[in-house]
Ligand binder design. Structure first.
Ligand SMILES: [Zn+2]
Length: 464
């Protein structure tokens, strides 16, 4: 197909009056002028955003844990509520939640998601049974398949990251009852990862990596074994890990290993550009420089980090030293890349009492700089052929709604600043993933069915 855009954000900047040709999901040509028979984009075209960090099931209790108890709530009390919720979820529920979430993501401009997937086992903690599964080889991956199905039915691109989770704290502490659905031996986990690679072949626009949950949940031996196994299947597979999200985690790591978490990781794992360090909130200068030297990515989740009271990533210093960032919606307290980027900038303004901080010498528009850097960092974090629009790249793109963008500063150099800082309505009209329109005029073909299923599920969960 051919798509004509009056304005389009290409890798090297804005271009006007261009026709892009898309074949089998990939951009094969970009030509000046309007080609005959081309569809006409109804507004400016920009690259889709990659969501580098999602726990889909957490969408089901967004909004349930905002009631204060005398200032005593923290990440750890939130986690208790989360465990109560997931104790009830079946694999069908997991798919219905993820499908609703992924449709919401698409409508807000996320065209690919990295699913940090740790709900592996049945409600009682037992592994799904090969005898009752239709496909014996993939019984272990029953929950993973629910995620693949949700991504396929919604149309979003998927990078599935099965999570290795073994301990409840540093020093190989025994997992709690609330964690029983997450736990795998290293051998079983590596089998699950192999099964996910096999499954992925049946689903277009998907790939697989791994996610050792955190240094508190995985010991060194298991971590290195899981990394070695996934690298034997794909030497560019993404590897994501939660790290330094909470000050308590840093303190516990210091007392157990005698090192801060990121420093320990730098010293004990061979980080490279396929590693994505999720949060990395509490890092010192040496750790910051260490991440950058390894070309690893910082996966920042600004609205979740704010919601959980985690802290603030040193984005100003990290970007000025040429670090690579990606953004994620994590707990899904917000499913909106515009809001993530707005918070990324605003937290820095509030700390530093300055304005327009996260721009660069090459790109003075904060909105455009952050959108492009987050999309490209997200593509790197998923090892996907996405992140910007150019010949040879996957056609993951957004068409902005001109009726909305015309109400703000909308010359090309201001357009993404207006979108991120000034617009109060979703400005994204149409969304294409891998060459297919998944959202047209802000509507997804399955949205009603998905939201009906999801609302029923929420009623059931909140009644019990
Ligand atoms: Zn997370």
């Amino acid at each position: 197909m051919k798509l004509y855009a009056e304005n389009i954000l290409l890798n090297d900047g804005w271009a006007s009056n261009q026709t892009i040709t898309i074949e089998q999901g990939v951009i094969t040509a970009i030509d000046a002028g309007m080609a005959e028979g081309a569809e006409i984009a109804k507004g400016a075209v920009i690259p889709g955003m990659v969501n580098c960090h999602s726990h889909a099931f957490q969408r089901a209790f967004a909004g349930f844990s905002e009631q204060g108890s005398e200032g005593q709530d923290s990440f750890w009390t939130w986690r208790k509520i989360m465990y109560q919720f997931l104790a009830q979820l079946t694999d069908v529920d997991a798919k219905n939640i993820a499908k609703q979430l992924y449709i919401e993501m698409l409508k807000m401009g996320y065209t690919r998601v990295a699913e940090f997937h740790y709900l592996h086992h049945d409600i009682d903690g037992s592994t799904y049974n090969a005898n009752t599964s239709e496909d014996k080889s993939s019984a272990l991956a029953t929950m993973a398949q629910a995620i693949f199905d949700a991504a396929k039915e919604s149309g979003i691109g998927l990078t599935l990251l099965p999570v290795l989770y073994q301990h409840s704290g540093f020093g190989e502490q025994k997992p709690s009852d609330g964690q029983k659905r997450f736990i795998n031996s290293t051998e079983q986990f590596n089998q699950l990862v192999s099964d996910c690679f096999t499954l992925s072949e049946q689903y277009s626009n998907s790939n697989v990596g791994i996610a050792p949950h955190s240094l508190r949940a995985v010991d060194k031996k298991s971590l290195l074994s899981a990394v070695e196994h996934v690298r034997s299947l794909d030497n560019q597979a993404p590897i994501h890990i939660h790290i330094s999200e909470q000050q308590k985690e840093v303190d516990d790591c210091l007392s157990h290993y005698g090192k801060r978490p990121v420093q320990w990781l730098l010293d004990n794992a061979e980080l490279d550009q396929h590693w994505c360090l999720i949060h990395a909130t509490h890092i010192n200068e040496a750790e910051r420089k260490g991440i950058i030297a390894k070309q690893a990515i910082a996966g920042i989740c600004p609205t979740t980090e704010a919601n959980l009271g985690d802290g603030i990533f040193p984005t100003t210093e990290f970007l000025s030293e040429k670090g690579t960032i990606a953004i994620g919606s994590d707990s899904h307290i917000s499913v909106n890349p515009i809001e993530e980027i707005r918070w990324l900038e605003y937290t820095q303004r509030l700390i530093k009492q300055q304005r327009a901080i996260l721009a660069s010498d090459e790109q003075t528009s904060v909105g455009q700089n952050l959108w492009q850097q987050a999309a490209q960092g997200g593509a790197q974090s998923t090892n996907s052929n996405t992140g910007f629009l150019a010949i040879g790249k996957q056609a993951d793109l957004l068409v902005l709604d001109q009726d909305k963008t015309k109400l703000f500063a909308n010359a090309n150099q201001h357009l993404l600043d207006s979108m991120i800082f000034a617009s109060q309505q979703n400005p994204i009209a149409d969304v294409m993933v891998n060459g297919f329109w998944q959202v047209i005029n802000q509507q997804h073909v399955d949205q009603e069915q998905a939201s009906d299923n999801f609302a029923k599920l929420l009623m059931r969960l909140s009644a019990s």
